[in-house]
Design a protein around this ligand. Sequence first.
Ligand SMILES: Cc1cc2nc3c(=O)[nH]c(=O)nc-3n(C[C@H](O)[C@H](O)[C@H](O)COP(=O)(O)OP(=O)(O)OC[C@H]3O[C@@H](n4cnc5c(N)ncnc54)[C@H](O)[C@@H]3O)c2cc1C
Length: 113
Amino acid sequence: MPLKVVIVGAGLGGLGAAIALRRAGHDVQVIEQSSFYNEVGAAIHIAPNATRILREWECDFEALQASECEQAQFWDSSCNPLRPPIVCALIWQCCGNFMLTSSISRLETSKRP
Ligand SMILES: Cc1cc2nc3c(=O)[nH]c(=O)nc-3n(C[C@H](O)[C@H](O)[C@H](O)COP(=O)(O)OP(=O)(O)OC[C@H]3O[C@@H](n4cnc5c(N)ncnc54)[C@H](O)[C@@H]3O)c2cc1C
C-alpha cells in the first residue's frame, strides 16, 4: 500500500530518499527551508557504489561536469599517506556539490507521476 511520506530537507540524503521512495510507489513530499542561493561545500566524490545507483536512476552525468578519478590517495594533516592509493576499477567521479544536488533535484522532480 503506498504511503504518504514527508521528507524534511532536500540535501543529498533527502533527495535520494525521495527518489527511492517514489520509485517504490510511495507518495512523497520534500520540504526544504533554504533557497540554495549560496553554494556550500567543495568538490564531492561519487564513489562507484553511488555511481551505480545514480545510473539506475538515469542521472544526467554530463550535466554533473564531473572529473573522473583514476586513483584516489588520502593524506593526514601532516601530508603522510594514510594508505596505498585506491586504483579505481569502476567509475569514481568528482564534481561540485551544487551540481550533484541540482542534478538529483531534477531527477526527483522530473520522475513525479
Ligand atoms: C567539504 C565537504 C566535502 C564532502 N565531500 C564528500 C565526498 O567527497 N563524498 C561524499 O559522499 N560526501 C561528502 N561530504 C558529505 C556530504 O556532503 C554529506 O554527507 C551530505 O551532503 C549530507 O546530506 P544530507 O541530506 O544528510 O544533509 P544536508 O546536505 O545537510 O541537507 C540537509 C537539508 O535539510 C535542510 N533542513 C534542515 N532543517 C530543516 C527544516 N527544519 N526544514 C526544512 N529544511 C531543513 C537544510 O537546509 C539542508 O538543505 C562532504 C561534506 C563536506 C562539508
